[in-house]
Write a protein that binds this ligand. Sequence first.
Ligand code: MG
Length: 233
Amino acid sequence: MNCFNCSSRQVRIFENIRDMSSKFIDFVKVGSKIVCVGRNYAKHAKELGNALPTAPILFTKPTTCYVNDGGIVRYPSISNDLHYEVELGVIIGEKASQVSEDKIMDHVAGYTIAVDVTCRDIQEQCKKERIPWTMAKCLDTFCPVGNFVPSSEIDPFNTELVLKLNNELKQHGNTKDMIFSVPSLLEYINRHITLLPGDVILTGTPEGVGPLSRGDEIHVAIPNVTEATFHVE
Ligand code: MG
C-alpha cells in the first residue's frame, strides 16, 4: 500500500481491513453453514404465541438456501403460508471454537441484511408433532441476503432493521431489543459449534412477520447502510 507516513502497525491494520473486505464480500460462496436463532425479540415471540426463551433457540439452514440481492424466492408447493422474517446476519471472519464472550467479536468480519424465509404452516405442524423444522426453514432460496458490510459500519447493539413488502412497511425493529445480544449468541453457539470464515449467524426477527404471495417484492434494509430486494415466484 502507498502510505509513507503510516506506522507499521497502521499499515498492518489497513492491510487486514482490505483483506477481510475483499475476502468476505463473497461470504455466500465461502461459508460452511448458516446458524439461526429463533424467538430473540420478545414482541415477535408474543405475536406467534410463544413463551420467552431462557436460552437461545438454535437451528441451521444449508448454504443452498442463499439468494443474492435481486434474486428470486421460490414459493414451495408444499406450503400455503410462506412468511418473511427480516434479520441481522453476522458474518464470521476468523475460525472460532469455544471463544469467550469478551473475545468473540474479534472473530466477526461483518454483517448483512437477511430474510429467514419460513413455511409457517409447516413449522406449526412440526411444533405440534415435536419434529425438526427442516421442511419449514431449509428449502432452496430460503435465505435471501444482501451484501457484505464491514463490522466497522454496524453497531450490533443498536441497528435498525426494516422490511417492506410491495413498498409497504411491515417490519421496523432494532437490535437493541434482542433478548440475547450478538456477542452472547455467538459465545453460546460457539461452545459446541466451531464457526468458520464466511459462516453466517441469523440473529432472530423483530415483530411484524407475515405472509408472502407469488409476485411480491421484498425490500430489506439497514437504513443508510445497506439494502436488498428479492422477488417471490
Ligand atoms: Mg427467524
